[in-house]
Design a binder for this molecule. Sequence first.
Ligand code: AHR
Length: 900
Amino acid sequence: MKLFHRIIAAAAFLSASFAISGAAAADNAPADPSQHSVSRHYDPLPPSPRPIQLFAYERDNRLYYAWNADGMEWHAIDHGWLSSDYGAWGAEKKMHDPYLYHDKANGMWYCIFTPNPDDPVFALTSSPDLVHWHVQNYYPMEKAPRGYAPFIYFDSGEREYYYIEWFKKNERMLENVYATRDFKHFSLAESPSRYLKGGSIVKLGGRERSGNIVTITKAELDAILAAKAVADRREALRGERVTGNLRMPRGIRANDLAAEVAVDLNRTKTISPLLWGIFFEDINYSADGGLYAELVRNRDFEFNDLDHGGWNALTGWTVSDAIDLDGWHDLNDWSVSEGAKATVATDDPIHKNNPHYLVLEAFAALVNEGYRGMVFREGDSYLFSVFTKCLDGNEAALDVRLLDDRNNTVASGTVTAKGKEWTKTELKLTANKSTDRGKLALIKSGGKVAIDMVSLFPEKTFKGRRNGLRADLAQTLADLKPRFIRFPGGCVAHGNGLGNMYRWNRTVGPLESRVPQSNIWGYHQSAGLGYYEYFQFCEDIGAEPLPILPAGVPCQNSSRGGKGQQGGIPMDRMDEYIQEVLDLIEWANGPADSKWGKLRAEAGHPAPFNLKYIGIGNEDLIGDVFKERFTMIFEAVKAKHPEITVVGTVGPFCEGSDYEDGWALARKLGIPIVDEHYYQSPGWFLNNQHFYDTYERGGTRVYLGEYASHNGPRTSTIETALSEAIYMISLERNGDVVAMSSYAPLLAKEGDTQWNPDLIYFNNTQVKPTTGYYVQKLFGNNAGDTYARTSANLLNGSRSIPDNDETAPLRKRFASSCVIDSKTNTATVKIANLLPFEVKTTLKLDELGSAPVKATKTVLSGSPDDVNVRPSEPETITLDKSSELTLKPFSLTVLSFPLK
Ligand code: AHR
């Protein structure tokens, strides 16, 4: 074995050196196919395979291959096989100097590359077949490898180590030599092979590329080329559009096309009653400035540069020594002293978690315009509160005013700051006039007063809750009838670096004691909308809470604390973190006299919240760092709380290394549910309606936690919404393996949006649900716990159209499902027609027998590019055991009827 390895390594070196001047030598002479032609086989035997050279190189930060079978001609394969997952989103994800190595001992291929020559870290991944690459792991190096390229060498001598050596390109200089036996544990080493020089230069398409050459078998090349053909085909399908241009198969005319939808109400299967839920993340100002009804921006003076470049404790506030109230004429109503003095202080704050506050001296007018203006409605009341202390021991009056955009007073009152200790004062103000661009002014005439937690809420929040939610937005969410709410993200859940992970226990308790922090989407999270409020909202709308906690690792696209998911919570702190996860369960479900349950009770909820699900991780990089930590948390929750269903994670895509390794981990650990994410084109959704049909039943189920159909301009149109609808029909059919799903993201504030499309746009006065929203609403409002076998067949006149490739474009645009809600004994048939013409459809419901039923029919339809489409008003129709319907082009039709 030792000798074998030595020969391999030497051969690699020799062929690499040879190739520098152009093509590499063939390993063997070509086989002669005529040798086999005398065989009695009917088919000629294939030529005996000969070794093939594969050149691996970097192009556009991806690993590319070219192959060569005759020692002369290189054939480039135009496909990126591997890209870097290291670093923050976008341009940071780089790959330099990939090097391929085949370990004949275990048959595995390894690829080592430099993700960033300035970072002392190298990336390593492995593949059984050069097509499917495992998740990358990143290992620290002593020196950043700038100017050096890696090379793997096996020393078959006494030591039997693999050496990874970084050589200075085109020079015989070594740096950073590491030895390993298992490609997982590395130690600094002396090279046994000094002066080896790796790398080859091959001319491809007139351009010299540097990389390395390995030998592969014909079978390996065939597998690579087959994978490339599949990838090309899938890419073409991904680009398919739902438009009016549809090529009709020969012999079929649009006018003759009809359909039959047959529902067998006696052939049923149980499906998840939680299929339709919502994904809430504080992205696009969904929380502060959005769903959280607080009107004051930066109420705690905790904004800072980490939230957003240039922000500070006074962002959102203006402090002046004069205020022109009620127009010009009122200015003199106020004794204006020269030079308002306002300083940000940190000594002796209300709470250590909320260190900054403002000290006002002399006359000062403090104004906050909220999030692009505050909305006040005539006759409505607003609840003002503030913490104050008088630093000079004197009492001070604070004039509190709600103003319109011209400083006219809409409401006013006074609070008095007294005493040297922090004291909270509240005031109710009723607006005498409406404004959409209002502001809050605090005017202090004398004394030296410290102020903090300056808050203003509309009294009318959702369900009238204090510290509550904006009523119109919350109602729009409630109208979806979501069966669960996932929160607090998304990437916000695991944060930008370890220090930014969302820690549930820092978001409960008195507002002034919560820990605000920066938001990965570039702004500030006050934590006012915290775990208590999320759970309360779930309860208020009858949705299961689905909190997502970090798996002890930050977002794989982090830009802080390293590049990307550079590490996890140190192992010696993991017990502490696991306890934090367990504490959440006690906080939510424990008795009111338990340590954490007490906190919930003190906040106003003595009864348990009845938490049933916990998500651990959010589309993480399923590397070793993640796997170790996830496993520890998962096992601890399972052991202490077998009643809780853990939802794991399988990365950000529906394929690739995180998906594959995530699923392997799920099977190994027996994770009950895993969270899949994919944002895809309408063509992908159209062509993947079978995605879950082949998923194994009886094991791990799926939570499709983030998905949306994305078109070029990233808007929600009839095309995207109906491609989601037809896919959701397939989710209902697969509701035995798909346990939950949620469109993402949910909310976006106009002018403050980081991601498009979103389900609901809003500004301070309006809520603007998208077309996609109405699809979600139609499914959420017509959900079931049982699936009844449904078949949808297209007919050419009265004959079934053939089931072949030519008719596929028609067939995949027409689908139907039927679900039954056993609680209300109601059945709902949904039919998606993504064809550009009307389809006369016979709906067969044999089990209705001779008794017709009244059904409610709702239709969403339009032209593919239409935006802001709403469904029709529900119409009552009669359904028989055989009913004729005309389905509109580009439509979703929902028929709901009672069962006997
Ligand atoms: O939904 C927006 C983002 O998409 C989420 O934060 C993240 O999980 C995904 O990448």
